[in-house]
Write a protein that binds this ligand. Structure first.
Ligand code: 5CU
Length: 383
């Protein structure tokens, strides 16, 4: 039987222009070049910028895997990935001043589109080879969320709809700065719905250190608490705020891909639904605030797609039970979570996700193929 076609929909880059911008900065997010010419350090999470840690050791090493498309292609080859839908990594353009957001969004989106075009042209100069027989790239664009008006964001959504290799947008949970239940985001939801672009929703901000016992405790365990728990809860909270503010009632055709299998959303959906059903504030229960009209269960099956970046069968089963097999998409989170030992080895962060898919579907090879690539081809219209 032929090997399944594999699409990685969760794989990040910092284009060289973005790396240069981070190098010019001295506050998070920034890149620090050690004075001894050692490997540059990437300081992107607020917990990375701990003044108690010498600056040459803060954050994490940032090598060419973050920005060099050839390194991405090598990684794809090594892990049998045929097609990647690359996206700018966090914190995207969130931190830019209002006057520079639009320029950077255009630059980054054009850079991403050209990077895909160059790779795709090199793989198939005459565009004659079927998608499944070559190694290709597509991309999610970035949005100028700090722009002075929502019109600028809407304009970029429409502009990138016509870029050949862009297949949606990636966005964090802060929205315009006040979260995703902000009514000022309505024009953005409307534009995404109208263009039917997939919104890849990804965490960055995590939870305050206090949620983990304070900054000392967070620092004691490195990235484990912010990444293992802060990221998934951030996503869960963001989507729940969208639900409660009735975004999905107003924009019932939104298409949202949630990172890390939806954080904890599949597992907590029943509890969220139950708390809504028992909330006296809502009109349905005698209060004066309109509550959400569509259930989270329905939204999980109609508006939401989940990636399969959850590193275990239990998480995948929750994602399938709450969503469905045909809405689940393979991803790697490259270049984050590289091997800490032998750098030539296959990445544990990738093989664990492959194994979880195999263990979940066993002999059901059609479902394996769907999650590994066929769903992405259909949902993102890859061709
Ligand atoms: O390791 C990390 O900090 C991250 C990150 O920042 N973004 C991401 O997508 N994955 C892991």
């Amino acid at each position: 039987m032929a090997r399944p076609f594999v699409v990685d929909i969760h794989t990040h880059v910092y284009p060289p222009s973005y790396m240069a911008m981070l190098r010019d900065r001295k506050t998070v997010p920034y890149i620090h070049d050690p004075s001894d010419n050692g490997t540059p350090r990437l300081i992107i999470l607020s917990s990375d910028d701990d003044p108690a840690i010498p600056i040459d050791q803060r954050g994490r090493p940032v090598d060419s895997s973050y920005s060099d498309i050839n390194v991405k292609l090598d990684f794809m080859k090594k892990h049998d990935i045929d097609c990647s839908v690359i996206s700018l990594a966090n914190p995207w353009l969130d931190f830019l001043s209002p006057d520079e957001a639009q320029t950077w969004a255009r630059l980054i989106n054009d850079d991403l589109n050209s990077a895909c075009a160059n790779v795709n042209r090199a793989a198939d100069p005459d565009n004659a080879i079927p998608l499944r027989q070559k190694r290709t790239l597509f991309a999610f664009g970035a949005l100028p969320l700090s722009a002075p008006t929502a019109d600028i964001i809407v304009e970029e959504i429409h502009r990138i709809s016509s870029l050949e290799h862009i297949r949606g947008v990636i966005m964090g949970t802060s929205g315009l700065g006040s979260g995703l239940d902000d009514a000022n985001l309505d024009p953005v939801w409307a534009a995404l719905e109208e263009s039917q672009q997939v919104l890849f929703l990804h965490p960055h901000y995590g939870l305050p250190d206090e949620a983990f016992g304070g900054p000392e405790i967070t620092a004691r365990y490195g990235h484990v608490l912010p990444l293992a728990l802060g990221f998934p809860l951030e996503t869960t909270i963001a989507v729940t705020r969208m639900l409660l503010s009735r975004v999905f009632d107003r924009y019932p055709r939104l298409r949202i891909l949630l990172a890390h299998s939806g954080g904890t959303l599949p597992f907590l959906a029943g509890r969220i639904e139950s708390c809504i059903a028992h909330e006296r504030k809502f009109e349905e229960n005698g209060g004066d605030v309109p509550g959400p009209q569509r259930s989270i269960w329905e939204i999980l099956k109609t508006n939401i797609y989940l990636d399969a970046v959850v590193y275990g069968k239990a998480g995948l089963q929750a994602a399938i039970a709450a969503g469905s097999t045909d809405r689940l998409l393979f991803g790697t989170d490259h270049p984050f979570f590289p091997p800490l030992g032998d750098e030539n080895a296959k990445w544990l962060s990738v093989t664990t996700n492959y194994t979880a898919i195999d263990e979940t579907f066993k002999e059901d090879l059609a479902s394996v193929a769907a999650v590994l690539g066929d769903n992405a081809v259909r949902i993102l219209d890859l061709k």
